[in-house]
Structure formats: C-alpha cells, structure tokens
Design a protein around this ligand. Sequence first.
Ligand code: ADP
Ligand code: MG
Ligand code: MG
Length: 209
Amino acid sequence: MSVANLQSFTAWIEDYARVVSEQADYLTDLDRAIGDADHGSNMKRGMTKAAQLATDEEFTSVDAYLKKVGMSLVSNVGGASGPLYGTFFLRMAGAFAGVEEAGVAEIGQGLRAGVEGIVARGKAETGDKTMYDAWAPALEAFDAATASGDLAAALTAAAEAAATGRDATQDLVARKGRASYLGERSRGHIDPGATSSTMLLESAARTLA
Ligand code: ADP
Ligand code: MG
Ligand code: MG
C-alpha cells in the first residue's frame, strides 16, 4: 500500500520532462514518418516548462499543481498534443480536488478523468491509431489490478498494457490527427502520441507509488 502526495506528483512531472527530453529525437522521428516531425520537440518544450512550475512557485495542493501543469501545456504546446495532454492534466486535477494523499482508487479515478478529457477533445475511438490506443488498455489493466490495493502493481500493469497498445498501433491505419491524411500509408509505423503516453505511465509507475 502506498499513496501519492504533492511531492510524488511533482516528481512524476519532473521525471516525465526528463524522459521526453531524452527521447525527443525518437518521438520526432516517429512523427516524421506519419506526421510533421515535431512531437518530440513539442513534448520537450511543454514538459520542460511544466516541470519548471514547481521550482518557480510554491504549491499547496495536488489539484492546484496539476491544473497549472495542464494550463502550461495548453498554452506552450501547439498542435494536437498540447491541448490533449493539457486537458488530461486539467481533468485529472479536477478529480483530485480536496485529495492530498491519493491511493490506488483515487489515482484510478484521476487517470480515468484525464483520459475522458482526451476523448472529449479529440473524439478518438479505439483503433484510430492515436494516444487513446495506449490509454484505453492501460485504464482496463489498472482497474483489473485495483483489487490488490497495490498502487505500484496497478501502475506497472497499466504501463505494460499501454506499451502493448502502443506497439499495436503499428498495424493500424490512422483515422484521427495528421497521420489520417496519409490513409493506408500510415500503416507500418508506431503512433508518436501512443509512445509518449506510454512513457507518461512508465514515469507514473516510477514516481507515484
Ligand atoms: P501535431 O499532429 O499537431 O503535430 P503532435 O505531433 O505533437 O501534434 O502530436 C501527434 C499525436 O497526437 C499523434 O501521434 C496522436 O497520438 C495524437 N492525436 C492526434 N489527434 C488526436 C485525436 N483526435 N485524439 C487523440 N490523439 C490524437
Ligand atoms: Mg506532429
Ligand atoms: Mg505539429
């Protein structure tokens, strides 16, 4: 049993900023194949700014912190991924109003609220070859592991399911976002957003539990 507090959420954002910065070239290469070659630079710029928030400002609640992270992503990242990740964190923040110690149930609710925000904005369905193809199986795996009450196990299961979903985007034809302009030619490439979303869950498994 473990719980996540403001310090854990700060560590999550900082860890993810480090990962997307280190992997920026890789994410951009994925986006070069089926998009406009900016996903790595978008995520690096946005997350570097978001990670800086906790240094510049003293936060007193998880929801206030995640709300600022979301707003920062919306305003600093253009394209599809800024509003989508921004909405994810804004909706997640909403789920943590008044919650300072999040256990497996609260984290599950927070992730689900965030993903509902992604769907509300982007209207993606399973199989559209987007980040949702990593998130949907991740939520399922998280919920299946919730009964154990073990946050670390649930986050690890979610990250593993996301990775499987990410890999499965390779065989799909894109139906949303820029990649959909390529039609059949989008097949054979892993979706960049599904890749960065998997990284976000891997970071969560390292820092939130
Ligand atoms: P842009 O396509 O505007 O250049 P990015 O390259 O930063 O933005 O992000 C591309 C990623 O955004 C895609 O790989 C995909 O996962 C995700 N994406 C695009 N459109 C949608 C959508 N409607 N719903 C969910 N995810 C989407
Ligand atoms: Mg792009
Ligand atoms: Mg772009």
